[in-house]
Ligand binder design. Structure first.
Ligand SMILES: NC(=O)c1ccc[n+]([C@@H]2O[C@H](COP(=O)([O-])OP(=O)(O)OC[C@H]3O[C@@H](n4cnc5c(N)ncnc54)[C@H](OP(=O)(O)O)[C@@H]3O)[C@@H](O)[C@H]2O)c1
Length: 258
């Protein structure tokens, strides 16, 4: 039976690149994000190029009711989902008490609550297949505190630890849980985060979403626990635990200076 993946945040950036990568490997897809037009264009492109089955589900995932609607859509259409990619997410740059509180809470809902809801709903469906996969998208910011991105970085620590704990609970089952932690990647992420002022510097180290997606999908099928694309990202994540936290935070504060 063909793999069937639900990809959240599939209209742009890393999610779109993951959709391409999965389609290339013969996977059928359900793509979700808010931008219906972009999803339609992507679905047509993938169907034309790879001749696979692609559904779209345009919706605002920061609404707590969306995961249940998404799940019901899959059940209603009898979609044999065996891969769940929890990718949709965004960041906000600025001091905690200067950024709008509701914006930060909305970000937490999308980055954390929706991943938990999706995973909870889809898990029984995933368990029915011989080989199933969950790929949760965190960030290299999951490995340290980031002043001026305090809530975002903390939300990604949640994704990493939730993924690792769930992976352990599912050990020996047919469901593998992986956590992808990209570093800076050339997508619309920085625009949405309000980080236009940091873009020029970031471009020097940014990875292409296509490269991140290729490494992510390969790692997911290899059932890796943590996937950190790019040597610099991997190295920094490995070195950080051996450095004094205060030093790490000072370096981050100078990079993300508001
Ligand atoms: N780019 C980076 O430097 C970087 C680094 C580390 C981790 N990440 C993580 O990678 C993931 C993907 O980000 P990206 O870089 O690809 O950013 P992006 O280009 O801004 O894409 C974000 C995706 O999420 C969707 N999305 C945003 N808000 C949504 C909502 N309320 N409801 C439904 N879908 C929503 C967007 O679609 P619509 O706008 O159409 O809704 C889009 O498809 C995020 O979890 C992010 O935290 C990114």
């Amino acid at each position: 039976m063909k793999n069937f993946a639900v990809v959240t945040g599939a209209s742009k950036g890393i999610g779109k690149a993951i959709a391409h990568e999965l389609a290339k490997r013969g996977c059928n897809l359900l793509l979700t994000a808010r931008s219906e037009n972009l999803l339609n264009v992507l679905a047509s492109e993938l169907t034309y190029k790879y001749k696979n089955e692609v559904h779209i589900f345009p919706a605002d995932l920061s609404d707590s009711a969306t995961p249940q609607r998404l799940y019901s859509f899959c059940i209603g259409k009898n979609l044999p989902v065996n891969i769940l990619i929890n990718n949709a997410g965004y960041g906000l740059w600025g001091k905690f008490n200067v950024l709008n509180l509701d914006d930060q809470l909305n970000m937490l809902r999308l980055n954390n609550e929706i991943i938990v809801r999706n995973t909870y709903l889809f898990l029984d469906l995933l368990k029915k297949h011989e080989h199933s996969y969950i790929l949760n998208v965190a960030s290299t910011t999951a490995y340290q505190a980031i002043p001026a991105m305090a809530v975002y970085a903390a939300s990604k620590i949640f994704v990493l630890n939730f993924s690792r704990a769930l992976r352990h609970e599912l050990k020996g089952s047919n469901v593998s849980v992986s956590c992808l932690s990209p570093g800076t990647t050339s997508t619309e992420f920085m625009d949405r985060a309000g980080q236009q002022a940091l873009k020029k510097k970031a471009e020097k180290v940014a990875m292409k979403p296509e490269s991140v997606a290729r490494i992510a999908v390969r790692g997911m099928f290899k059932r890796k626990a943590e996937i950190i694309p790019g040597f610099i990202n991997w190295f920094s994540v490995k070195v950080i635990p051996f450095m004094p936290k205060k030093l790490v935070e000072n370096i981050a504060a100078s990079i993300y200076k508001v």
